[in-house]
Design a protein around this ligand. Structure first.
Ligand code: CA
Length: 488
């Protein structure tokens, strides 16, 4: 079996030219050759921002670039036909397609309603700061440009729990609709973090439960995707999300699902997995922040504790590891971009370890021209190392504050497989690690080209593997290292 490698198939600042689906279709074969066998595509439905929308300002989930709404037929990424064509091309090249699903909110309503609300404190949504009063809320979604095709469902205030804009007074606030409460089974940040943005779906409403399932079923029939990436799950009733996923699996039992729960605290992630009965994976957000700390601590981060408090450490079978994403890249709200010097180290860790499914960020693979950010030069090589050689029993040597490593023994199925990875956020040195007796007496070379000399593994399967300061070296059987000098 080949290792799974996911790619996040977009970054925030892609050009708004409607060419992205075509670009991905053209890249499908090249991505598969690079070792990618799973791709997460951006939200494909029409956002309030129309052809400039990244997709998270959801307007009409039945408009995949087909109707003249919000200023154009196409989305930022192209038309519905181009989307479906790209999905087919990716799948035909052996790349599973994950679709981005935003069930938390709607934006860009077609009309307003007078709604009775109570205003809450932004930093503690359980605390009311007003009595009941009326606001003018953007809550009517009739989708006139679609005229009822695929679904006649129209949204109104009864389907939402609250909003953050009073059009009458032209001001912001956290407005909870009369008769509604924030869902108790959401994240506890800000007292209760059910409300994130826009018109917040009332997931207790039977009509909302029915409509989101109807839409999901239509979306599955239309796109035939292999799985979902669920947006903003900390802001959505945990039970609702779990039940929605279960409903989607009635049609496709092996749907792969990964949720975005943006939380640094491991216990919030493991609690979510418990409530969801481990029916999905989550992105390992704590690990991302450990990378950031390690990269910005002048060599003083304790690498021995890199996996402490991470999902990869606690629940590796449910962890999707990543280095950066469209929210952490420069210019975004959650910006926490990993500095360039540490990127190869972080990618070696997520791509070559056994634990977790790694997700390669589009902006790291192709660069981010909008911000003059170059691609991570070593990334294609590390992805290829994962595909070919990162197999077999793993041995961890996270036993030192500044110089750590791990090995994979390799297996019979993958010729020349087995690697020794050594890395440091501080001064160079070497690490004595066990790679298994399969490697006894064999010479190993640094596939990243930092060292010309080889390392010979002892008869009992141990080697001393060097690394230069602030870097990573990946040692592989000498025969395996040959391809690493090729360009691809
Ligand atoms: Ca919500």
């Amino acid at each position: 079996m080949t290792n799974q490698t996911m790619m996040q198939g977009f970054e925030w600042y892609l050009p708004e030219n409607g060419l992205h689906w075509k670009r991905l279709e053209a890249q499908a074969a090249a991505l598969r050759n690079a070792g990618v066998n799973m791709i997460w595509l951006p939200p494909a439905y029409k956002g309030a921002g129309g052809p400039a929308s990244v997709g998270y300002d959801v307007y009409d989930m039945y408009d995949l670039g087909e109707f003249d709404q919000k200023g154009a037929v196409r989305t930022k990424y192209g038309t519905k036909a181009e989307y479906l064509s790209a999905v087919r091309a990716l799948q035909q090249n052996g790349i599973a397609v994950l679709c981005d699903v935003v069930l938390n909110h709607r934006m860009g309503a077609d009309g307003t309603e007078q709604v009775t609300v109570t205003e809450g404190l932004s930093s503690n949504r359980n605390q009311d700061i007003s009595g009941k009063r009326q606001i003018t809320a953007w809550t009517k979604f009739n989708f006139p440009g679609r005229a009822g095709k695929y679904s006649g469902f129209c949204w109104n205030a009864s389907h939402f729990s609250g909003t953050d804009w009073d059009e009458g007074a032209r001001r912001n606030g956290i407005f909870r609709f009369d008769g509604k409460c924030w869902n108790r089974e959401t994240d506890a940040e800000n007292g209760n973090y059910d409300y994130l943005m826009g018109a917040d779906l009332d997931t207790d409403s039977p009509a909302v439960i029915r409509e989101t399932r109807d839409w999901g079923s239509w979306y599955q029939d239309t796109v035939q995707m292999d799985g979902f990436r669920m947006d903003a799950v900390k802001h959505i009733s945990f039970d609702f999300c779990r039940d929605w996923i279960a409903a989607m699996r009635e049609k496709k039992p092996d749907l792969f699902v990964v949720g975005e729960y943006w939380g640094k605290e491991l216990h919030t992630l493991t609690h979510y997995l418990d409530v969801a009965r481990h029916s999905l994976s989550l992105f390992d957000v704590p690990l991302h922040f450990h990378f950031l700390q390690a990269a910005t601590s002048n060599g003083n981060f304790d690498l021995a504790r890199l996996f402490d408090g991470t999902l990869t450490g606690a629940a590796p079978a449910h962890s999707v590891t990543f280095v950066d994403n469209h929210d952490t890249q420069p210019g975004q709200a959650l910006s926490s971009f990993i500095p360039a010097w540490f990127k190869p180290i972080a990618y070696a860790i997520i791509l070559l370890r056994d634990a977790g499914i790694p997700c390669v960020f589009y902006g790291d693979y192709y660069g981010i021209p909008h911000d003059g950010i170059a691609p991570v030069a070593q990334l294609p090589k590390l992805m290829k190392l994962r595909e070919r050689y990162a197999y077999g029993t793993e041995h961890l040597f996270f036993d030192d504050g500044s110089l750590v490593g791990f090995t994979r023994e390799g297996d019979a199925e993958h010729p020349d497989s087995g690697i020794a990875v050594v890395l440091t956020d501080s001064c160079g040195g070497s690490k004595r690690m066990y790679i298994g007796e399969r490697f006894a007496g064999r010479r190993m070379a640094d596939t990243l080209g930092n060292f010309p000399a080889t390392v010979t593994v002892s008869a009992d399967g141990w080697g001393d593997f060097p690394v230069k300061g602030g870097s990573v070296s990946v040692w592989a059987a000498e025969a395996a290292s040959e391809f690493c000098y090729l360009n691809f």
